[in-house]
Design a protein around this ligand. Structure first.
Ligand code: KG4
Ligand code: ZN
Length: 336
């Protein structure tokens, strides 16, 4: 079975082809991505209307490129998958509209995928894919969740953020430091030159005894430091970036370990954009190695949004029989 997947939930247009066959995990035949980062940079963040318009410009040329790279003809496609949500409504509608139009034109069924399930399953495309069951730490721009994953579609929420997501904490702190958009990678780069112990920043809910997170207070603490430093900020920026990153990472690591303890599982999967963070990876690797826990990440290129994870999630759902593709092309999207 050949699945064409389209991702357009935010500021990346992604298209991919995966194939299911004899192997237990679908194989990625080709994928392509167009990032809108440069376009939004001038505005300091994603402008939804511009995002939608750019998805419209990019999606069909990308699909043509991916089909050519995969060696598949359009007629070979068995199912067309798209991100149904969450994300920006207008941006989602582009991917859903194109997917359903292709499906209708080819008389092939379509399947809407949850964006976070794409992230969650993306490590299955890595050189070192996980096996079920595992604990997942899902850390994206909009979500921070710990989950027990027993199989495709068998997800139990163990804990989540009660306010800001970890990615949001990175992005908002980066903005306060004048680092622009996208903030997470910029803050992380600057942090490498700073002292993570320079500023005492809060670790919210670290000892709450549950698996929930809270990052809104951290942003306020960073703002307070920025005001206190005044003209000195420039000289201390790297230290403040490093201290912010250290606070976020410490909470993510401690809660992930607590989730492993609570579930009794020996396997951790980290997914979503913040999963690209080097400090997070280094600390999780070290802590898990000590406990004999295996950690799995997506390939770095598939940590942030991409079409491969959407095609993969659709293919795995179909293979596992947890969802049937639809012959109705009256699509809807779920921004929230
Ligand atoms: O998963 P993703 O690409 O999009 C969403 O579904 O939200 O995640 C984007 C988030 C942003 O908040 C971005 O700042 C963060 O991931 N991010 C990082 C790094 N790379 C991306 N945060 C910290 N360190 C990084 N290296
Ligand atoms: Zn995402």
């Amino acid at each position: 079975m050949i699945v064409l997947g389209i991702e357009s939930s935010c500021d990346e247009t992604g298209v991919a082809v995966v194939e299911t066959g004899a192997q237990p995990v679908p194989v990625l035949r080709a994928h392509a991505l167009h990032s809108q980062v440069e376009m939004h940079q001038a505005y300091g963040g994603v402008v939804p209307e511009l995002a939608s318009r750019d998805h419209i410009r990019r999606v069909l040329p990308l699909a043509g490129q991916v089909l050519a790279d995969s060696g598949c003809a359009l007629a070979d496609v068995d199912v067309v998958a798209y991100t149904r949500g969450p994300g920006l409504a207008g941006a989602l509608l582009v991917g859903a509209g194109v997917a359903c139009a292709l499906g209708a034109a080819l008389a092939k069924p379509v399947l809407g995928v949850h964006h976070l399930e794409g992230h969650l399953l993306s490590p299955f495309l890595s050189q070192d894919p996980p096996e079920f069951p595992f604990v997942a730490l899902l850390v994206s721009g909009g979500h921070t969740q710990l989950m027990q994953v027993d199989g495709v579609g068998r997800y139990t929420l163990l804990g989540e953020t009660i306010d800001d997501a970890a990615g949001e904490a990175f992005d908002k702190s980066a903005k306060l430091l004048g680092l622009g958009y996208p903030g997470g990678p910029a803050l992380s780069r600057l942090a490498e030159q700073g002292d993570p112990a320079a500023f005492k920043l809060p670790r919210p809910l670290l000892h709450s005894g549950d698996l929930d997170f809270s990052f809104a207070g951290l942003k306020t603490a960073v703002l307070t430091q920025v005001h206190k430093l005044g003209a000195e900020l420039q000289a201390r920026k790297a230290d403040l970036a490093a201290s912010t990153e250290a606070a976020i990472v410490e909470v993510l690591v401690k809660k992930s370990l607590a989730a492993l303890d609570r579930s009794g599982l020996q396997r951790l999967v980290v997914a979503g954009g913040v999963g690209a963070n080097r400090r997070l990876r280094a600390q999780l690797d070290a802590a898990c190695a000590k406990r004999g826990v295996r950690v799995h990440y997506p390939e770095l290129a598939l940590c942030t949004d991409n079409g491969a994870m959407i095609a993969l999630a659709a293919a795995m759902r179909l293979q596992a029989g947890v969802q049937q593709p639809s012959d109705s092309y009256a699509f809807d999207v779920k921004p929230r």
